[in-house]
Design a protein around this ligand. Structure first.
Ligand code: ZN
Length: 150
């Protein structure tokens, strides 16, 4: 179990040091800003949609390792997904980081994102891990005002 834990930490560290899809999209279909005052994490999510499908998703921001890694891995997981698929992934992710996942198949469906399951032991970090997702949902809904986890 400890080895597994270390492996998870490695993945999170890697993504926080070299975040994927860390760029602005000048011609994004929509974008949204998110803020987690508890930790000071700030993020902007850029979204390009083709109909109902996410063609491109990227982000920029400044935050702790968890929030950066979560945003990075989220962007990697969502390309080619429909809005509906994004919503169900978000629910799964939320259940996993808050320790509410009961379905045995959750890990399979979430794939690499299950590395964040360790966050459930640190309630304060849950908001760091979910900030990118809340912000993405705001972008999907074209909400202009900044999302705050408070
Ligand atoms: Zn944070």
């Amino acid at each position: 179990m400890h080895e597994l834990r270390d492996l998870y930490q490695e993945v999170i560290l890697d993504h926080s040091k070299r975040p994927r899809n860390y760029r602005k999209q000048e011609d994004a279909s929509s974008q949204a800003k998110g803020y987690n005052p508890l930790c000071g994490d700030k993020i902007t999510v850029f979204l390009t949609l083709a109909g109902d499908v996410i063609e491109d998703v990227s982000f920029q921001g400044a935050g702790c390792a968890i929030s950066t890694a979560s945003a990075s891995m989220m962007t990697e997981s969502l390309k080619g997904k429909t809005k509906e698929e994004v919503e169900s992934l978000f629910q799964l992710f939320h259940d996993v980081v808050t320790g509410q996942a009961k379905d045995e198949g959750t890990t399979e469906k979430l794939g690499k994102l299950t590395v964040f399951s360790g966050v459930q032991e640190f309630p304060v970090r849950v908001k760091c891990a979910t900030l990118a997702w809340h912000t993405l949902r705001a972008a999907l809904e074209n909400r202009e005002e900044a999302v705050s986890t408070e």
